[in-house]
Write a protein that binds this ligand. Sequence first.
Ligand code: FES
Ligand SMILES: [Fe+2]
Length: 410
Amino acid sequence: MTAHRKTPASEPGALSATLAELRRVAALPLERGETLPPAAYTSPEMYTRETERIFGREWLCVARAEEIPEPGSYLRLDVLGVPLVITRDEEGELHALSRVCRHRFMDVLPPETTPEQGSLKRLTCPYHTWTYRLNGQHVGRLAGAPLMRDVEFDNASCRLPAHPVEVWNGFVLLNLDPDAEPPAPELEGLDRVLRGHGLEDWVSVETKNWRDIPANWKVAVENGSENYHHMGTHAATLEPVLPGRDTRVDECDGRWFTMFTPYSAEAVAAAAPDGEPSRGRPDRDGETGPANGRDGQDPPGMLIAGIFPQFVLAVVPDSAVWIRWMPTGPTTHDTRITVMVPPDAPRTPDFDNYLVRLREQITLIQEEDLVAIRGVQRGLASDPPPSGGRFSHLERPLWQFQRYLAERLL
Ligand code: FES
Ligand SMILES: [Fe+2]
């Protein structure tokens, strides 16, 4: 008996079959929602289409503005293989410049010899010392190129390309498309949800990176877009505190989604003034934390806000975690997780111990998630490929994600 084999993901015609399947599942109502075909998570052609039509055109959340705090500050980052540096000019404006020198294309801030963050007056390429300006309207312009007088060279037109960059709720959004429309209108509704948290003033206290995780980026995004898996993946960590089944998923559409999980009664009791401290308790000082959901009406809990294609934010009363996923190939991606706290939090007693515990929790929970993320990718790559996976109502954001993908990719 021979096993049924589907067209391998990279054969001619395979991409159109995958896109046809995307079209079909994206048209299903949630009640009959199905998973994407496995080739959507393994095919190099699909990945190329995603990088061109999504990552090359969409506003991507890449950093926090306070990571580039002052005039002269810089932050190096690579987005889909594009080497970039975010700088802040003397007016306080951010710029996203290419790090590719216009002489012979050296990385002007090579990771081998320069820190990821720091402060600079000008950018000097370490290869032949061409120097670029970082101030205001002249940002990226060549300031000097030694020994170039004896050749015909127009240094006035030599400039590092810049990409559009915006700050939204303290997050740095970047677009690889130089003609991108501003991101604000499509995020307006999410602004209303987040209003009141004052996230633009929150401070980052911890960032951790996981590189080249062996899974397609969408596996990670989907994992981060539902709390259904608390009962399995995080059975001993998150589930007792934030039971996945109590999650209220909002009926969103388009690029962003929200959901809210209240703390369990046990977690709230454990955080009462005489209660024992417990992992993930609602707040640090043993008092009931502020309501942190929508409109100030929710009990203490965790608000999740996601923006496709690569950002999820989880806000609890005394901290927030945001995750940035970035594909590095058809079946690999990077994950960067940052913990933020309200501006006064670092001055509260016992903050250092709180931070140590928080750091341990983030690592533990991410390691739990990685078991699922790697395991799902192994399942998707199995032969014959699986098919017909179904969604629970708690997986509405994944169903919405399919519509987002269909709109961009078809
Ligand atoms: S490559 Fe940068 S100065 Fe030569
Ligand atoms: Fe998780």
